[in-house]
Design a protein around this ligand. Sequence first.
Ligand code: FAD
Ligand code: MG
Ligand code: MG
Ligand code: MG
Ligand code: MG
Length: 516
Amino acid sequence: MVYAENVDNNEKVVERSRSDSKKKKIVVLGTGWAGTSFLKDMDISSYDVEVVSPRNYFAFTPLLPSVTCGTVEARSVVEPVRNIIKKRNGEIQFWEAECLKIDPANHKVFCRSLVENLVGENDFSLEYDHLVVAVGAQVNTFNTPGVVEYCHFLKEVEDAQKIRRTVIDCFEKAVLPGLSDEERKTNLHFVIVGGGPTGVEFAAELHDFVHEDLVKIYPSVKDLVKITVIQSGDHILNTFDERISCFAETKFQRDGIEVLTGCRVVSVSEHSVNMKVKSTGEYVIVPHGMVVWSTGVGTRPFVRNFMEEIGQGKRWILATDEWLRVKGCSDVYAIGDCTTVDQRKIMEDISTIFEAADTDRSGTLTIEEFQDVLEDIIIRYPQVELYLKSNHLFELTELFKDSEGNEREEVDIEGFKLALSHVDSQMKSLPATAQVAAQQGSYLAGCFNRWEKCNANPEGPRLFGSAGRHAFRPFTYRHLGQFAPLGGSKAAAELPGDWVSMGRSTQWLWYSVYAR
Ligand code: FAD
Ligand code: MG
Ligand code: MG
Ligand code: MG
Ligand code: MG
């Protein structure tokens, strides 16, 4: 808010209008997985593309945990944005700055360069015809006292480098003369808060780093090192298949990594973590040498302000429709971790679908009539496919059963509602992964590239007459990895072949994202 007011009142703001050329102008915020994938696939001959990001490089996040332990060099996980742009013949403009405010009514964004002692003005504004918001998410501290001051995060390349230096500092401190064993142990207690994939992967990397490298350099303290993962839920990796979280827990136990489940951290201080054991309600003080906070992500403040402005103030995360258009304003799109796709429920449209499918207007649907529109339905409501798969329903006749379980030739509207009544329970929000972000970026670029053609000749499902006709097919996530989110509580269909290879390379935890 403070930022926004400053920007509004600042009359010196430099303006770049959108009338510089006849081409439509797309402004992209962010150069992470989503933004970069958008830029790579964008046909820049038809648009003016301008990019704003406070980091002038793309970071390959799956390798960040390895940077913390020096397995991988920091410079090999980044790619300069200007290199990426150069490959596109330099027609993309890049501004190293942070967006502070989106003004959807006037199609403008306000930005500030973070360069210190800049000769000239730090603030500027850009007009857009289309805005692509791809700013990712920020660390969520849940307002826990002491987290910002005393914890490390693992989100950026600098974070990973800082963690690496701190781990080594902890060993240096622990071998100083005159310390008690207790003090040495505290210095060598590494605590990870959060048992999601990032936290677990970091714990595994750290374990290998300590036991393969550091104990040789600091042999006198090798028995005093301890790694602890604190998780508020009952299991680590609880969004994954049970077999995976079970495997990870067993492996950690064997490695001597302590996993404390059902514990919530209530505060952190310089040398200790205060946590509440959920089952007993008691508070426990855990001394530490270093804490890495890795408990999920939240919405950036300027995105939150934007959400309030467009009537999304009650939501946790910015919502788009299935075409990745931000709800509540026009010409703004959002992709990646900063956003969620609000999927449409099939039950909201059930009567329209029924009428459209009942081509002979008999008031009943035959299996054939249903079959004819099924493909359109699946495009528009991806949950239908998930539902059929997870219930092993390959024969549609099985859907056409009455309440006694007898199969029927045709159904009326009530029967149709009954048949599809459980489908919406399969809706599941997409995971915050590089794979989703990259596919969304690439999908959106495709839409822009085919804009004219598709507007003239809509390709989306035609099920609902003109109202439901869209120029593009909605975004559908194609899961390339092995852990198909089947909806409901079932998370995985199959395990990858090398899933037991946890250790130095634990990237199996994440869906493979390197396919692109
Ligand atoms: P990001 O990649 O975070 O990019 C956001 C971009 O926006 C950045 O360029 C940032 O500088 C910029 N930005 C921020 N604020 C502003 C602003 N105000 N104005 C303009 N630009 C702004 N996913 C996987 O699928 N597999 C993995 O193995 C995996 N490993 C991971 C390991 C770690 C340590 C972490 C932190 C994440 C990992 N992820 C992994 C998750 C994956 O990185 C994210 O899902 C992905 O980065 C999301 O892409 P994004 O473009 O939405 O956001
Ligand atoms: Mg991005
Ligand atoms: Mg990134
Ligand atoms: Mg998302
Ligand atoms: Mg009919």
